[in-house]
Design a protein around this ligand. Structure first.
Ligand code: SF4
Length: 377
């Protein structure tokens, strides 16, 4: 089984905290970009063909950027091309990332008609003041209304993105945000702590002391409250930042974490086929030109055993299922220093071990990336 990711590098506005790859001046080359993405789907088809047969596609994911800026015809063109070139399971999970301001009744109906069966809505907050400083293109009312509208139209697999650790967000206000998400009865929630990325307006404001983000203690309090409240509402954490009702985990994202193969098309998209990882150039015009000329538009690296070991460790620790040590040691028999470090984390109660399985404790989840990096070979 495998997945296909399509990166749509367009956005209406630049959010102040975002360092993803996108452009707000896409109107002039929109048609060329869709054509280039379609060409790449055909040109990169052999990438997944590592065992002399193309794996069956289980999930398709439109991410970005803002894929909800696409129209029905553009989505259908891409989906039809994927269907013509790959074998696909019946009823694949087809996700589209959407921003609330794009989700009119017509668009929601259009997306449903072309086969989108999972919406991942980047609403980030239900508070008007947050959305304003973030320079989001939607209002708090739109954050709220788009979910109800999507539900009325028949979407039964909706995910929302929320951000915590925001400037001036009290614990009580965060609790209210989480409660609103629960009350809206969505199937899946992705919640990320605000990070200050380089070359963003947020970074500039923080450096100039114009704005201050939550400190570590406040971030931890908000994260713990999130886990606790969602669990009580039967929305379970299955990955550090991802929560879902039973059996409604994101199949596409889970496949990244479980090491399933995927082909990523579009500028800045990444691909993985078990042996290599590749990444497309993160420049829209150069991407289009390179595809048109069939010159090089991506770089590839062959994964060493050490890369595979570290990657499985990092993704496994972030997942509820954890890391299977026998599987890990099949990649490389780890040195004594690994066991010593692991025991240290078990003694500090950041990791628990049950037979061959290691998982992070509640305390450990607050430091997942640090723990993994300390265990890396
Ligand atoms: S809409 Fe999403 S991808 Fe676009 S700038 Fe905002 S956060 Fe970034």
């Amino acid at each position: 089984m495998a997945g296909i990711y399509i990166h749509i590098p367009f956005c209406k506005k630049k959010c102040t905290y975002c360092d993803f790859h996108f452009s707000t001046t896409y109107h002039v080359y929109r048609t060329k970009m869709i054509a280039a993405i379609c060409s790449e789907i055909i040109l990169r088809k052999p990438y997944l063909n590592v065992d002399s047969s193309n794996p069956t596609i289980e999930t398709i994911y439109f991410g970005g950027g803002t894929p909800s800026l696409l129209n029905k015809k553009e989505i259908l063109t891409i989906l039809n091309l994927i269907k013509e070139n790959f074998e696909i399971i019946p009823n694949p999970e087809i996700t589209l990332e959407a921003n609330p301001d794009d989700l009119s009744i017509e668009k929601l109906k259009d997306f449903k008609a072309v086969g989108i069966n999972r919406l991942s809505i980047g609403l980030q907050s239900f508070r008007e003041e947050d959305l304003k400083w973030m320079n989001r293109a939607h209002t708090a009312e739109e954050s709220f209304n788009c979910i109800q509208l999507a539900q009325q139209i028949g979407y039964d697999n909706i995910s929302i993105d929320l951000i915590y650790g925001l400037p001036n967000l009290s614990l009580a206000e965060w609790e209210q945000t989480v409660q609103t998400a629960i009350d809206l009865n969505v199937q899946h929630i992705s919640a990320y702590c605000l990070t200050v990325e380089g070359k963003t307006a947020l970074k500039k404001w923080v450096d100039q002391s114009k704005i201050s983000v939550a400190n570590e203690e406040q971030q931890s309090e908000q994260f713990e409250l999130l886990i606790e409240k969602l669990e009580k509402a039967q929305i379970f954490q299955y990955e550090i930042s991802n929560f879902s009702k039973i059996n409604l985990e994101s199949k596409h994202n889970s496949s990244y974490w479980k090491g399933t193969y995927y082909l990523g098309v579009g500028p800045s998209a990444h691909s993985y086929n078990g042996n290599t990882r590749s990444w497309n150039i993160a420049n829209n015009i150069n991407y289009i030109k390179a595809i048109q000329n069939q010159s090089v538009w991506f770089e590839t690296e062959t994964l060493s055993a050490k890369d595979k070991f570290n990657e499985y460790l990092l993704t496994g620790l972030r997942m509820k299922i954890g890391v299977d040590l026998s599987k890990l040691f099949k990649i490389i028999q780890a040195p004594k220093s690994f066991s010593e470090k692991l025991n240290e984390f078990i003694n500090t109660a950041w990791i628990v071990q049950k037979k061959e399985q290691i998982t992070l404790t509640k305390e450990g989840k607050l430091r997942a990336d640090y723990i993994a990096s300390e265990l890396f070979l």
